[in-house]
Design a protein around this ligand. Structure first.
Ligand SMILES: C[S@@+](CC[C@H](N)C(=O)[O-])C[C@H]1O[C@@H](n2cnc3c(N)ncnc32)[C@H](O)[C@@H]1O
Length: 211
């Protein structure tokens, strides 16, 4: 398994916060209020557990399966919950595994925040196909990720910024993908439709709730 994310785990929150003026965190919470009464949730590539804490606070009974390829990221997430919500640790199953090896069960919500951008279109298509099979009736797919505005100066400057970001992750984590996948196109192509969507940071970050 790629150990690259172990290397940046101790500084991940600082980098994400500084680079995005905290919008990477804020954008993930856009539709949190829609997640208050489901029973089960799968979080893929949840990192240091920022969203994990928020969903446990929002939904007092939800059971969360947390699948993360980096053991250091899992440790950070465990520390975060132990420090802030120690009585809720029993509601989480932490799984140190790549999403590609994980045996999916059935869920009411699947969350991919800044996760699908690590893969190419083909693998995102494969994963979203699995999501479709493993969401319960009325299940929700919750995705926050980068988005390239369609035209104008923002199109070119975002493209350049995203390129730099991919270089950084290649250097620090050995990330192989170097291009943002067409997440929304793939997800809608698999039969999901958009319930809500919200842009942040001049349209560079987008949170979308699909059904
Ligand atoms: C860019 S970070 C996003 C972290 C968090 N979701 C956030 O929004 O701050 C991507 C996360 O995905 C994890 N990851 C990378 N490849 C993975 C894989 N194949 N399966 C599961 N997790 C993976 C990394 O360890 C990292 O924590």
């Amino acid at each position: 398994m790629n150990k690259g994310y172990d290397r940046i785990a101790p500084i991940y929150d600082a980098i994400a916060g500084i680079f995005s003026f905290n919008q990477i965190n804020k954008s993930q919470l856009a539709f949190l209020s829609h997640l208050s009464n489901q029973a089960t949730c799968l979080i893929l590539g949840g990192g240091t557990g920022y969203f994990l804490q928020k969903i446990l606070e929002e939904n007092k009974t939800i059971q969360v399966t947390y699948v993360e390829a980096s053991v250091k990221m899992i440790e950070s997430a465990q520390k975060r919950i132990a420090a802030n919500l120690p009585n809720e640790l029993h509601r989480i199953i932490f799984i140190h595994e790549g999403a590609e090896c994980f045996s999916f069960e059935k869920y009411d919500i699947i969350v991919c925040n800044y996760f699908l951008d690590l893969f190419d279109d083909m693998y995102v298509t494969f994963l979203v196909g699995r999501f479709k099979q493993h969401l319960n009736n009325n299940g929700l797919l919750y995705i926050t990720d980068f988005s390239i505005p369609e035209k104008g100066l923002m199109h070119w400057s975002t493209k350049a910024g995203v390129k730099v970001l991919y270089k950084f992750f290649k250097w620090t984590t050995n990330l192989q993908t170097q291009k943002l996948p067409a997440i929304d196109t793939v997800v809608r192509g698999k039969g999901f439709y958009v319930l809500e969507t919200k842009e942040f940071f001049k349209g560079i970050l987008k949170c979308t709730l699909y059904k």
